[in-house]
Ligand binder design. Sequence first.
Ligand code: NAD
Ligand code: TYD
Length: 361
Amino acid sequence: MILVTGGAGFIGSNFILDWLAQSDETVINLDKLTYAGNLQNLVSLSGDSRYHFVRGDIGNQELVSGLLAQYQPRAVVNLAAESHVDRSIHGPEAFIQTNIVGTFRLLDAVRVYWLALDEPAKSNFRFLHVSTDEVFGSLEADAPAFTETHRYQPSSPYSASKASSDHLVNAYYKTHGLPTLVTSCSNNYGPYQFPEKLIPLMIANALSGKPLPVYGDGRQIRDWLYVLDHCSALRRVLEAGKPGEAYNIGGWNEKPNIDIVHTICTLLQESVETSRSADYRSLITYVTDRPGHDTRYAIDAQKIERELNWKPGETFESGIRKTVQWYLDNQGWIANVQTGDYRLWIEKNYTRSVYENTAVR
Ligand code: NAD
Ligand code: TYD
């Protein structure tokens, strides 16, 4: 079996659902259930004997050691993290605690467990740490995409904490020989993404006639990958990746933010039957830029393609269509996660005036 951390979050939910759709290998999901964790995402697995949920913190070494001893997993896939850049600007403490201290405690518990394993379980064991392209910092417009050897130059407390955790994972490989793998993926999108991130926020706001807040001039570039393509890459890295190695994961889909917002507006326009003759683009509102905003990310995914024969299955056009449709079909899911805490966050990050000054239909 495998132990997945952060399995109630966006990528984790997709990873577990996809894993159990493809194999019968049991998954233990260790998740603290922060605001970003949502067990509703995994409700289709209730009663499935291949799935066990444990509520807890990756930083609780006693708990993690107990789970490792009890379940004897052949791999740990570490997806647990604080993941939102804007929240890391308002409140970095949780990022340091989970992404750095938590990853360290998890790693150390895994090291002790792994050391006591007999062969061949010891050689076959893997610790897969899921990281981000944001650790490399911002790229100039004409610079080549990030390769695995690009220097680390994180800009936000989020990316700095992820970079720190990557260094710790690499140190455990070099110092202790723990068979680790690190993946750095570009921006994901798809079902179950919390509507604080660009794509689901824009869809949710558009559907309720609220402003679509674009930071700065909207020309910043992200490299987008459909979440199930990320999941298939993680499975492939787990299966065939070489311990101690890093793999960049991306879909060769660089897009300026404003183009993403326009695409969402167009797709909604096509799909939503409305008596209001919605012009979603009129909701676009340029707001104050994010401090330290990275202008461009781009992933060079040649290594994973060449060495592990992995390629994404979706184009951006097919992936974004599926995504918009999923949010249209699951408006109850959106409503359920837009709780009191969510509204407080929206008020904190986007000044009230953004919402008050725009003509909301
Ligand atoms: P998310 O915020 O949606 O989910 C994170 C999950 O981790 C939640 O279920 C939360 O409850 C859980 N969690 C948080 N702190 C925890 C702790 N201390 N112990 C146990 N569980 C804890 O994040 P996501 O978008 O699914 O990202 C998952 C991972 O992938 C993160 O490491 C992130 O850095 C990385 N990543 C994300 C993207 C992206 O575009 N979303 C891209 C590249 C890499
Ligand atoms: P986000 O989804 O927060 O991911 P990240 O910052 O980790 O790349 O943001 C994606 C891009 O969209 C980023 O350049 C910031 C921008 N953005 C907006 O313009 N408005 C918003 O309300 C949000 C949340 C993001």
